[in-house]
Design a protein around this ligand. Structure first.
Ligand code: PMP
Length: 424
């Protein structure tokens, strides 16, 4: 068009390049948060070193503390049978399977554990993955994609949200535990999508409440969607014999399309599983990236989980005991006027302080009393939802629980008073 002269295009640099992590805004924000914490004079509550198995107690700085900060719900991590099974598996198979299971990494105990989990839950098949977080990411990321829709609980675990982001499907949270709101959303938009995946959790690990899974199953059927239930915190803790949330509700496990669980909590190991129909598991075994392109679960982890589930099966009284102790803890908290939010019938009991500083100082004071409990602070939760979160185990004693609730209430009364705004 012009007289044959091509004007050189000068690239316009619209942003400052960042070529080191120190420059990242995310990193500077992190440093600011750490500085603010240091100013308060309260020691950093993260990465505390625990130099023992953590059951009802833990060893920190050479001191034994009553502990409410680990997921060893049934005391099976450190159980002699579980430890021995892991050691035997290492002696026989080594510390790694040294390949993806698809190509030379398969050991007999992989299939044995997968059959055990499927039978335990009451479905056809299951498949193991090396990480619980990775199990959600790779499964959700793989089973749905562009043109599909993921509807997940507003309080979903990070691994669910990450899986949804990876999938490329449209993602919409629905209000916590609200299957009626979900039903309405589906009535409006179901027709625009090929597959719809609904994701809920058996037990919510921040609040200690749980999903009404039969109602969610009803809604998913009505709208021809698929339902996935994350049992990280309900496997081993819910239902009369610890089989999980389906047993709790007395429902048919096959009414849920995808059961997901972690082996890092009640099962005293590490890794995750997906359980459901033969077709689901077969598809995953040959095509799920986080399975196909990842090493098989290490022998010690497989054997530990297998032994833990066998122990749980032989000793269902562990689940009863956990339930009784959790109920005692909750009742005592309520009697003491503590705010335990929506926790009910689970071993996860928050004590909401509504203020991060109070939560941090409360956990620190409890530590001086010999009690280990993790504070959950802003921005992990809203400032008004800052809390201590207590995880019960079947190994706690009533005495430990009474002492803990009594100390928590006493300190909180003082701290609440100290942090109250001065009145004119
Ligand atoms: N799902 C939920 C609900 C969880 O709470 C967690 C971790 N606590 C995970 C998945 C990830 O499991 P893991 O820690 O075994 O990787």
């Amino acid at each position: 068009g012009t007289n044959g002269v091509v004007k050189p295009v000068t690239p316009v640099l619209e942003v400052e390049p960042e070529d080191s992590v120190e420059q990242f805004a995310e990193y500077r924000r992190l440093k600011e948060t750490m500085q603010q914490m240091a100013i308060t004079g309260v020691p950093n509550p993260y990465f505390t070193i625990h130099d023992s198995v953590v059951r009802d107690t833990t060893m920190v700085d050479g001191k034994e503390l009553i502990s409410f900060a680990s997921y060893n719900y049934l005391g099976l991590s450190g159980h002699p049978d579980v430890t021995k099974a892991a050691a035997d598996a290492v002696a026989k198979y080594g510390t790694s399977v040294s390949a993806s299971r698809l190509v030379s990494g398969e050991k007999p105990i992989h299939g044995e554990l997968e059959r055990k989990i499927a039978k335990w839950i009451g479905v056809d098949s299951s498949i193991l993955m090396v990480g619980g977080h990775a199990t959600n990411e790779t499964t959700i990321g793989h089973l749905v994609g562009a043109g599909d829709l993921i509807l997940h609980d507003a309080l979903s675990h990070n691994s669910i949200v990450q899986g949804a982001l990876l999938s490329g499907a449209r993602r919409r949270p629905f209000p916590h535990n609200d299957y009626e709101a979900l039903d309405r959303m589906l009535s409006e938009i179901r027709s625009q999508y090929r597959r719809v995946l609904i994701v809920v959790e058996g037990v919510y690990s921040m609040d200690g409440d749980f999903a009404d899974v039969p109602e969610f199953a009803r809604v998913k059927k009505k709208h021809r969607a698929m339902l996935m239930v994350d049992e990280a915190h309900s496997f081993g803790t819910m239902g009369k014999t610890g089989r999980g949330i389906a047993e709790h509700f007395g429902m048919d496990a096959r009414d849920v399309d995808i059961w997901m669980g972690t082996l890092s909590k009640s099962a005293a190991s590490c890794g995750g599983y997906i359980a459901g129909s033969d077709a689901l598991v077969e598809l995953m075994r040959y095509t799920a990236p986080g399975f196909v392109f990842s090493v098989g679960m290490p022998p010690a982890q497989v054997a530990a989980a297998l032994a833990a589930i066998n122990t749980l099966e032989a000793e269902p009284q562990r689940v009863d005991r956990l339930r009784q102790l959790s109920e005692l803890f909750l009742t005592l908290c309520r009697e003491a006027g503590l705010d335990t939010g929506d926790s009910e019938g689970t071993p996860v009991i928050p004590v909401i302080t509504g203020n991060s500083m109070v939560a941090l100082r409360l956990s620190n004071r409890l530590k001086s009393d010999g009690i280990n409990v993790q504070p959950i602070l802003y921005p992990a939760v809203d400032e008004t939802a800052a809390r201590l979160r207590f995880f019960l185990t079947s190994e706690h004693s009533e005495e430990q629980i009474r002492f803990t609730v009594e100390r928590t209430a006493a300190h909180l009364a003082e701290l609440g008073f100290e942090s109250a705004p001065a009145v004119g």
